[in-house]
Design a protein. Structure first.
Length: 229
């Protein structure tokens, strides 16, 4: 009988050890509890914060001249977005280089002004006939997605030795940023598998970007020179 008491305490101790989670198990469980919605929301907030930081650091770059070119670039992009090679059934289309004016503006004036101009253009795209099912979906599909076009402004901070190809590389980065934002929206709010969402957005963004790069090779440097004065 007395031998059963120590054994009972030992069994209880073992049960406590087995049921008490380790630090990493608890951390993993909490991460899993966040879920896809939480992670997408966090990513959207981070992207939006990046836009705001870029805008706040670009205040000194806004002059009457840069504002005029920003407005002109937004207007040209908006007009070109109506010239469509073909349209996708669930949104998105291949256009006559509708991203190019904004990309060149960003490449001329930097990431901050480019992000802001792109976000403004995204709002116009929504007014053109966009979809709204959730605030985060709206941010990912429109202001954030099109603000990513401003990443073409990374051209201004790259070494001059890269100048021959940096514009076109940064245009690809900008298109990838837009694709990432649209893909996240597709995964979360349009109930699309990750690979399917990526393929869908690539179907129109890849040819659209190629058109932009081809035209940028022809007129890009000259247009940027005019913008910079």
């Amino acid at each position: 009988m007395l031998n059963l008491i120590p054994r009972a305490f030992a069994d209880e101790a073992e049960a406590v050890v087995e049921t008490e989670p380790t630090f990493w198990e608890e951390l993993t469980g909490r991460v899993a509890d966040v879920g896809a919605t939480g992670w997408i929301t966090l990513i959207a907030i981070v992207l939006l914060a990046a836009i705001m930081v870029g805008v706040s650091h670009s205040r000194k770059r806004w002059t009457a001249k840069s504002l005029a070119f920003a407005a002109l670039s937004i207007a040209l992009s908006f007009v070109l977005s109506y010239i469509k090679v073909y349209s996708m059934p669930q949104g998105g289309s291949v256009t006559l280089a509708s991203m190019l004016p904004l990309m060149l503006f960003a490449a001329a004036y930097g990431v901050g002004p480019g992000l802001l101009a792109g976000a403004a253009y995204g709002l116009l795209q929504y007014l053109q006939g966009g979809f709204f099912v959730h605030p985060i979906q709206f941010l990912l599909d429109y202001p954030i997605a099109f603000a990513m076009i401003g990443l073409a402004g990374l051209h201004t901070v790259l070494p001059k030795s890269w100048n021959k190809w940096s514009l076109y590389a940064c245009m690809v980065v900008a298109a990838l940023g837009r694709a990432l934002s649209a893909t996240l929206a597709g995964i979360l709010y349009w109930e699309t598998a990750p690979w399917a969402s990526l393929v869908y957005n690539g179907t129109y963004l890849i040819p659209d970007t190629i058109i932009c790069i081809v035209l940028a090779v022809i007129v890009g440097k000259r247009v940027m020179k005019i913008m910079r004065g």
